[in-house]
Design a protein around this ligand. Structure first.
Ligand code: NAD
Length: 280
């Protein structure tokens, strides 16, 4: 059984990006907007900004009060759309309930939408003509490539159907030639469905949901879940200790999908930067 080392994969990608950045006269710039004081979001934003600085990007952290109006947030996005030193814009989700997240995401011009959540960028992924694709699924494809997991003709089961993980993940796998089943909270007999999978992607947000009797012998198991347990520790959606002896490869939490996702955000920012250089 192989443990897929997300930290190592992320480090390799960052090294590659940093050496490319050294050749540019202006650094790629990423702006991250945080609204409110959610603790987990603050940690994510700090990690993203730190990763930017490490590879030589310019990082702009914009912290707004939870009382900001939708109008004010939209004008902040417009200001960043027009700012020539900024190549990527990311709005940390979730936003307060009085703000329509979708409206904010669609306000970011697709050329700077480094999360890949806008309908234009999702549409491109869906048509198998990707430009900037959502970071977590794209990172998982790198993790599968790192263990030389050939996806063509494989049966893949995704647990979770969100816009940021499950759905774009299904497109990535389909584009790679796999047969894909997407399960969610209303799926019947999920255990037997997961048991058919050569590759399992767990992204439900339920700690230790996937047990050893859900997983086929030799399956590859990728754990996207980040769940905070009562004792303060982090747990994935997979019961790692039980499943590891059945899987041929498995990603841990922490140290799996999380670091790769952040490295892909940097890669997406670099893609946006290069595309804007060509256009200007
Ligand atoms: P979400 O809440 O938006 O979506 C969860 C999905 O799982 C839904 O489609 C829901 O129907 C399904 N689901 C919920 N309970 C289920 C169950 N018991 N059985 C089957 N399906 C079920 O969540 P999300 O934003 O997609 O995130 C999922 C998990 O991944 C969370 O733990 C989140 O913290 C984590 N996450 C990690 C990263 C990373 O970089 N590692 C990135 C994004 C999300």
């Amino acid at each position: 059984m192989k443990i897929i080392d997300g930290k190592k994969i992320a480090e390799n990608l960052r090294t590659k990006i940093a050496s490319e950045v050294k050749q540019f006269s202006r650094p790629p710039g990423l702006a991250v907007i945080l609204v409110g004081d959610d603790e987990a979001s603050q940690v994510y934003v700090r990690n993203k900004s730190k990763a930017c600085v490490e590879v030589g990007f310019y990082s702009d952290q914009i912290h707004k009060s939870a009382n900001i109006t939708e109008e004010e947030l939209l004008s902040e996005v417009t200001r960043l759309n027009e700012n020539q030193t900024i190549d990527g814009i990311l709005v940390q989700l979730p936003l307060p309930s009085h703000i329509d997240s979708n409206k904010i995401i669609e306000a970011i011009i697709p050329e700077k939408d480094v999360d890949g959540f806008s309908s234009e960028n999702v549409g491109k992924l869906m048509q198998n003509k990707p430009f900037i694709s959502p970071c977590t699924p794209k990172g998982i494809m790198k993790m599968l490539a790192s263990i030389k997991c050939e996806l063509r003709g494989k049966d893949c089961v995704i647990i979770g159907a969100s816009n940021i993980v499950g759905r774009p993940m299904s497109m990535e796998l389909l584009n790679a030639g796999a047969t894909v089943l997407v399960c969610h909270k209303d799926t019947k007999d999920i255990t037997n469905k997961v048991k058919t999978a050569d590759v399992v992607i767990a992204a439900a947000g339920v700690a230790h949901l996937v047990k050893d009797d859900w997983v086929k012998e030799g399956a590859v198991v990728i754990d996207v879940g980040i769940n905070r347990l009562k004792d303060g520790s982090l747990a994935g959606d997979v019961d790692f200790n039980a499943v590891k002896d059945k899987a041929s490869a498995i990603s841990p939490v922490p140290g799996g999908v999380g670091p790769v996702t952040i490295a892909v955000l940097l890669e997406n920012t670099l893609t946006a930067y290069k595309a804007r250089l060509i256009d200007s």
